[in-house]
Design a binder for this molecule. Structure first.
Ligand code: 5GP
Ligand code: ZN
Length: 137
């Protein structure tokens, strides 16, 4: 269940200190040590799972609900104007800690965060080709 080399399993076990702000049967939420904005927290499943693709559905559902709960609290208590939920799955997608986690990032109208891509209309045929490969079969 727990991975002895996993930093978030150690936080869950109380072996590494963290500021826990919410918990339930399946999840805990704690403050990110390097916050993107004021109030940035992480929601993790109690049970170790490497990433989104290995996470059991019940834990994904529990993390989603805990993230929603925390998002509401960020608006109410910290005055966030918005919230980003962010999950990175795999090193290519910026994942650095390999115990699934959802970033819950409060957003403020004057904060410095920016979209990491520049929205621009894509090539219609290329979008359609990708869609064809993606469609459920
Ligand atoms: P990732 O890059 O995998 O999406 O996110 C990992 C997050 O974990 C980063 O935002 C990083 O600041 C945070 N983090 C890494 N080590 C620790 C730690 O020891 N304690 C806490 N509270 N957060 C951590
Ligand atoms: Zn772990």
């Amino acid at each position: 269940m727990a991975d002895p080399d996993c930093i978030f399993c150690k936080i869950h076990a109380g072996e590494i200190p963290a500021r826990i702000v919410d918990e339930d049967e399946r999840t805990i939420a704690f403050m990110d040590i390097a916050p993107a904005t004021r109030g940035h927290a992480l929601v993790i499943p109690r049970a170790h799972a490497r990433d989104l693709l290995e996470l059991p559905a019940e834990d994904l559902a529990a993390v989603a609900l805990a993230s929603q709960r925390l998002a509401a609290r960020l608006r109410e208590r910290l005055g966030a104007d918005g919230v980003n939920l962010l999950n990175s799955c795999g090193a290519a997608a910026w994942q650095t800690v390999f115990h699934f986690h959802m970033h819950v990032i409060p957003r403020y109208s004057d904060d410095p965060l920016r979209l990491p891509w520049v929205p621009a209309e894509g090539d219609f045929e290329e979008i359609a080709a990708a869609a064809q490969e993606l469609e459920a079969r």
